[in-house]
Design a protein around this ligand. Sequence first.
Ligand code: G3P
Length: 425
Amino acid sequence: AAQERTKFEFWYGLTGDLGEVVANHCKLFNESQTKYEAVCTGQGGYDKAEQNTIAAYRAKQQPTIVQIYDAGTLNFMLSGAIYKANQFDKDYGLNVDWKSYFPGIANYYATAGGEMWSFPYNSSTAVFYWNKDAWAKIGKNEAPKTWAEFADDLKALKAAGVECGFALDGDTWMNLEQFSATNNIPIATQDNGYGGLSAELVFNKTAYVDHMKNYKAWLDAGYARIQTTQVGKNLVQAFADGSCASTITSIANHGTVKNTQVPDLKWDVAMIPVLDAAKRTNSLVGGASLWVMQGKSKEEYEAAAAFLKYVTSPETGEKYIVKNTGYIPVTVKGFELLKSEGFYQDPKMAGREVAIASLTASAVGPNSRGIRLGNFTSIRSELRSELEAVFTGQKDVQAGLDAAVERGDQILRRYEQTYKGAALP
Ligand SMILES: O=P(O)(O)OC[C@H](O)CO
């Protein structure tokens, strides 16, 4: 009789076609051997994967592995619910080559002492998606490099009959976090939280305020369109169907645009515009990493170890993710492997290396290392709802950002109280 496989649970946050890629990765692992079975369940979003896992841990029903996005990093580090990746690696003989992770990725996720407590899985950054035919109408064959140039282009696009030059929404990863990183502006004190739990939000008094005023002015002038679930279309759909000439979203969606675009759409990606082209700093790593949870049996951990070995190996891990999505390789080894196979020479992959150029545009500094704030998911959602009120004309920009900072700081102060006396990892 066939031997019973040891099962373990893996929860993931990605949805849509990207979620299907993760589900298929599980299937490939299960087919690659006969001893273990990954039972993989989509949670309906990165934020839900985080919330569901914390709730499940309290009820002692947590999965063995969970995919958590950048924004959940500090919560997971301090949760007491995780089995640290570097320790798990030692205990279960994974032999992960920690030094091979790209510095930007390692920096984002590492503790102050340089330890990795999760396994980077799918990494990205935000890029500018632009419609070449639309820009040709204004006599340009290059994406705008600065926000001022972009504003001029939007005006010209409108005059040339382009109905929507830019699709935007209230997602803070693109419009706050990446804007701040690439212009070397803080979003919070204490080096965006890496320096301590006493960090306070500052984005209501930086150049971000004027940036959001510009967004609002572009909406009012009819240069841009807000794309949310309320209008039934997201940024990727509005770009891929040709109805908006540009957007800013994750490089992860490169494959999605390619697979869903109207056939005659000619497009490319570029680094997102900055305030001053001569002073561009690196953009932030996005995507997610895999966390091992406490409280499982040795057998489940052995099964999870086999899975982690599979998905962190360049050949069976990164190569699969990178080829089937827009994500970037997470290790130098993975990158070299793809390069040696001619991946980046493939004309269909044009633009994919822009993300890497953006992530490495400068050395990582205190404003571009990442965000290390407690309950950052809740802070994001406070800002998002304020931005949606601003964009729909219910609130003035400054008032909206002030309110988001006030409530965001309350979240941070409660968090600081909860972890009073705890050393920041
Ligand atoms: O869309 P992704 O997977 O590149 O992730 C984007 C952001 O990092 C989410 O916080």
